[in-house]
Design a protein around this ligand. Structure first.
Ligand code: OSB
Ligand code: MG
Length: 369
């Protein structure tokens, strides 16, 4: 693929309702839409870094810088064989996985469009619909949370994740469990605890949770392994798993029993698939995490989640759980069996709505070779 032009759109998309986690509350989500023009086609990718460095160190600002000054120049005016070749070309750029993953996704979209194959097909997808759930942010009170969860269950979601933080953990989870004794329920702390403060989470072990996601710091596999010894409930790692090497080491030291895979966090789909393959051969279940993506990133997540090792429901909800207006023409809807259908058209299998992109663009940059 001869890369002629790369266009960056810094988007700010209003959320239908605020999303609050242990690291903050947002009313709108920021991301970078990446369009690559090559061989008469346009491929789209989404960089999931948000405005603030709360979930990860990357932000829309750092990603813009790294894309503009390092990643785009590495490929512009060149013949790039595909995503794997791109990864080799930018191997010298340390870190910044979300910036890399955004550009890589646009190359996958291009490759699929060129070959007339869907992304799911390119990645080795094994199913045409994937099990999904909803990730519910912190609410005003445990009672309000139970009510919000009830609303999502009524919409047909059969797996619920709730966000927790110190002081808003056991009572919240107990309220949901009491109201809905049989649902598939999990919690996500986004690194808000230490080995000591996580003592407060012990009562969660009696709530029949699917798992406890990322209780401790990103760079702390060791304490996760110590914490896992105290819980019957599996620990699932999100932030801590940045590469196949982290996944292997986390499993070797029993720091978790389940892994959340996000292409953005691990530098792209190439690495995401490698982590999937590693976990699959180790018999460890994985599921696809979410970053409140637009229809572009959501299409990529659905393709990834169609791989055979993704045996647990993903954080991939319907478009209307996030946005009144999305940037893709296609909107994703929930099927009656709590699944979402994987796009089957070439590449990502979705098309961009230019008027919607314009409406949400706060900065735009065209880079030519
Ligand atoms: O930790 O999984 C997370 C959103 C932004 C940043 C981190 C996380 C999340 C979610 C939302 O939980 C999942 C979704 O996209 O629905
Ligand atoms: Mg998480």
């Amino acid at each position: 693929m001869f890369i002629d032009r790369i266009t960056l759109h810094h988007l700010r998309m209003p959320l239908r309702s605020p999303f609050e986690t242990s690291f903050g509350r947002i009313d709108a989500r920021e991301c970078i839409l990446i369009a690559i023009a090559a061989d008469g086609l346009i491929g789209y990718g989404e960089c999931v870094a948000d405005r603030d460095p709360g979930y990860a160190y990357e932000t829309s600002g750092t990603a813009w810088h790294v894309l503009r000054d390092f990643l785009a120049p590495a490929v512009l005016g060149q013949d790039v064989a595909g995503p794997a070749a791109f990864q080799r070309q930018v191997a010298g750029v340390r870190g910044h996985p979300m910036a890399k993953a955004g550009l890589e996704l646009a190359l996958w979209d291009l490759q699929g469009k060129r070959e007339g194959r869907s992304l799911a097909d390119l990645l080795g997808g094994a199913r045409d619909r994937v099990d999904v759930g909803v990730s519910v942010g912190l609410q005003a009170s445990p009672a309000a949370l139970a009510q919000t969860v009830e609303g999502y269950l009524a919409q047909g979601y059969r797996r619920i994740k709730i966000k927790i933080k110190p002081g808003r953990d056991v009572l919240d989870a107990q309220a949901v469990r009491r109201a809905f004794p049989d649902i598939r329920l999990q919690v996500d702390a986004n690194s808000a605890y230490t080995l000591d403060s996580a003592q407060a989470l012990q009562p969660l072990d009696d709530l029949n949770l699917l798992w406890i996601e990322q209780p401790l710091a990103e760079d702390d596999l060791w304490d996760h392994s110590r914490l896992q010894l105290r819980f019957r409930t599996p620990i699932c790692l999100d932030e801590s798993i940045l590469s196949p090497r982290h996944a292997r080491q986390a499993l070797e030291m029993a720091a978790c029993r389940v892994i959340n895979i996000k292409a953005g966090r691990v530098g792209g789909l190439t690495q995401a698939v490698a982590i999937h393959d590693l976990c699959r051969s180790a018999g460890v279940p994985v599921w696809c995490g979410g970053m409140l993506e637009t229809g572009i990133g959501r299409a990529g997540n659905l393709a990834l989640a169609s791989l055979p090792g993704f045996t647990l429901p993903g954080d991939i909800s319907a478009t209307d759980r996030y946005y009144a207006q999305d940037i893709t023409v296609e909107r994703f809807t929930l099927n009656a069996d709590s699944t979402i259908t994987v796009p089957s058209g070439p590449g990502l299998g979705v098309s961009v709505d230019p008027a919607a992109v314009d409406a949400f663009t706060v900065a735009r940059l065209e880079i030519v070779g």
